[in-house]
Design a binder for this molecule. Sequence first.
Ligand code: SAH
Ligand code: SF4
Length: 361
Amino acid sequence: MDQPSDTNATPDLRGMSRDALADFISRLGQKPFRARQIFAWLHRRGARSFDEMTDLSLELRQRLAATARLSAMDVDEVQISSDGTRKFRFRTVDDHFVEAVFMPETDRRTLCVSTQIGCPMGCAFCRTARLGLTRNLTAGEILAQIYEVNRAVAAIDESDKRALTNLVFMGMGEPFLNFDNLTNALALLQDDAGLNFSRRHITVSTSGIVPMIDRFGAETDNKLAISLNASTDAQRDALMPVNRRYPLADLVAACRRFPLRQGRRITFEYVLLDGLNDTLDDARRVIALLRGIEAKVNLIPYNESPDLPFRSVPMERAEAFRDHLLRAGLVAVIRKNRGRDILAACGQLAAQGIARDQATN
Ligand code: SAH
Ligand code: SF4
């Protein structure tokens, strides 16, 4: 896999744990409090450059710039939906595009974060799948999306400068194929010397990579979402190639053994596709599959795209499906579709390939 920024010999300070940063700074002959200052610049204030770190001496800033780097992602474009959703397009240092979607509500401000440039999973209904995988994002690039949106929101929205309250890792890519960078980024987000983000306000969604579900349960304390999307193996094999490797029985077994804190649930996303997975028999099979799991089902109306053959279901059918789940005692909601008009809704993130190529087209 092509991973230019991971193999770059210059260390990226933004992706370093607090201990690794302290180590790096002490090797430069600096006192430990310098590392704490730099950590706060990186993770509390989202500094973009060493120049911004004005309480460090000019000499130290120059030394840092010569020996280290700060992974950065520039905001390339922001599109604003009629419902207030904002789609941020970032440009990576190697000139690729990545998207993140900001969804303000009265009681929370959520960012849908990307973990890869493109996605290799090949789900038949998803536009991101069409891109294939270019590379994993580094931990620093994952964090940069969050820090840049916090900055941008404070700058654009004079009336409401509140920072992000919730994160969902449901943007471009399969988070569990970039597990180490993902979990490093989560630890940095939750560090009390950084944003001190609340663990229960962070949800990671996977298409169902079973061994990684176990690792996620063992190594983090964040919330899990599973893209279920089907009620039989035959349906799921056709929609999501991952199912051939990790079929439904293995997937729900991993969910059954997932360590859930008191009061938490696993979210199951289920995209309703006309004529494919939307009958009451499907609902009954979903109920059977999820028996014994503290589950919440998010029914997602399909976001159509002209180049894909799938169709959305009428609202009455979505409601009948939901009501069936509710009557069986499951928690189920029909997810509001946000940002459809700017192609920012689920499965619509497909910022095209390489920035440089686009500019010359
Ligand atoms: N790759 C991860 C996370 C990002 S996908 C995963 O698959 O879980 C986020 C969600 O969008 C998934 O649940 C997926 O099933 C759903 N999705 C993909 N394409 C969609 C579309 N066109 N309309 C509605 N939901 C879609
Ligand atoms: Fe990748 Fe998720 Fe889209 Fe599947 S649904 S292709 S895993 S982004």
